[in-house]
Design a protein around this ligand. Structure first.
Ligand code: HGY
Ligand code: MN
Ligand code: MN
Length: 416
């Protein structure tokens, strides 16, 4: 396939301006974003993205999970499209670039092709996947998971947030429940640009991560039940302190991850304490343990250690314990052809690069099950993400988007 000339580059000022414009929607409290899935702010961000795409001549399709597909026609309308995108939803204390860079980089590819009047054989479709973050509605990568037939749509529609609002109802309320059957679309390939969300590229001074694999993930929700009681008048031997039980389990979680160092990580980010009153011993805590590794056997051993160890802690303390797996996917190996397109693009463009295993989960991890898929990563400052202080340089955004541009356009095949 004819590769684009190494002089073909995107317009990084235009890309940067769009990222900053999108960041104004659903602002956080410390300079980042709070644009959680299927909130009004999510709806506002979708409308802005749609407006930009239509200004660039794209036609929109939306599926029944709300995922947006913005299509640029190819010379061969029957050729399977090359998809490129990520997600516009954010964490409650999210940054401006997680997901957004990948969606708007896809739009920048279209804008650049329009500027240069370049045609491709395959159509190109820029994609915004619904609910990648999985915060308001677990699991993460929800819509891409339904698209890859990992969850049923009915199950997804029935998920409830902390206020009992159902995902399907909220998607309809914001007006983004589309008509298309989820997963009907067939792809020639899928590419996703994403910030690394870790420190490796910055420390090693590499412009580009050529993502060969993705870590697997396990989200185990644990409910520990003891007995609400007065923190002052209840003698220590009589207490059934669910909060203490959770604390000992979280200590165990840390030990389990270290027992597999350096190939494992684990923590709990979601913790609900009931009744969460200063002078009541917690009678119930609900928390989610997030465990990850590039090795499936390691994940399975961590789950086993957690189940046995947490049960013993609760038995010894006279507490009840329940486990519910609320999310997970196996480690991912991306498509060699697509990965090579990314690596060749970085070489051609003169960007430093290294192979990388993605520490975070991404929509690409599910789409890799239904289409040839690869990811491009750019550095982020101090490797920080899922924090409003998340930051990247415009140069890093430019390099990542240039590489994405070349990988997508080469795969979509320029028509002379
Ligand atoms: O959890 C993840 O890895 C992703 O950021 N949603
Ligand atoms: Mn993301
Ligand atoms: Mn994220």
């Amino acid at each position: 396939m004819a590769a684009p000339g190494e002089n073909l580059r995107i317009n990084s000022d235009r890309l940067w301006d769009s990222i900053m414009e999108m960041a104004k929607i659903g602002p956080g409290v410390a300079g980042g974003n709070n644009r959680q899935t299927v909130t009004d702010e999510d709806g506002e961000g979708r409308h802005l993205f749609r407006q930009w795409c239509e200004e660039a001549g794209l036609t929109m399709g939306v599926d029944q999970m709300g995922t947006m597909f913005m299509r640029r026609e190819g010379a061969d309308p029957d050729a399977l499209p090359v998809y490129v995108g990520s997600h516009l939803d954010t964490q409650p204390t999210g940054g401006k670039y997680d997901g957004v860079l990948g969606v708007l980089a896809g739009l920048e590819i279209i804008r650049t092709l329009n500027d240069l009047d370049i045609k491709t054989k395959h159509p190109i479709v820029v994609t915004n996947w619904t609910n990648e973050e999985g915060t308001r509605y677990a699991p993460a990568m929800l819509a891409s998971g339904v698209f890859a037939d990992m969850h049923t749509q009915d199950w997804a529609y029935g998920l409830e947030d902390a206020n009992g609002k159902k995902f399907g109802d909220e998607l309809e309320r914001i007006g983004w429940k589309g008509e298309e059957t989820v997963g009907d679309r067939k792809m020639h390939a899928f590419f996703e640009l994403h910030i690394e969300q870790g420190p490796i590229l910055e420390i090693e001074e590499k412009d580009i991560g050529v993502v060969t694999h993705g870590q697997g993930l396990s989200w185990m929700q644990i409910t520990v039940t003891g007995k609400d009681a007065h923190t002052g008048s209840t003698p220590m031997p009589m207490r059934k302190n669910a909060g203490l039980g959770m604390a000992r389990i979280l200590e165990l979680v840390d030990k389990i991850a270290w027992s597999h160092a350096p190939d494992a990580v684990a923590a709990a980010g979601h913790i609900d304490v009931h009744p969460n009153s200063r002078n009541v011993i917690p009678g119930k805590v609900v928390f989610t343990v997030d465990m990850r590794s590039p090795n499936l056997a390691t994940i399975e051993d961590m789950e086993k250690q957690l189940a046995e160890g947490a049960k013993k802690i609760c038995d010894d303390m006279g507490l009840e314990i329940e486990f519910e797996k609320v999310g997970g996917f196996d480690p991912v190996t991306f498509d060699e052809g697509c990965v090579a397109a990314v690596r060749n693009a970085a070489e051609r463009l003169g960007y430093s690069h290294k192979n990388l295993i993605s520490g975070a989960g991404h929509d690409a991890c599910w789409i890799n099950r239904v289409a040839p898929t690869a990811m491009v990563m750019c550095p982020c400052v101090d490797g920080l993400s899922h924090n409003e202080a998340e930051d990247i340089s415009q140069e890093w955004a430019r390099a990542g988007t240039d590489v994405l541009f070349h990988a997508v356009v080469e795969t979509a095949e320029i028509v002379e």
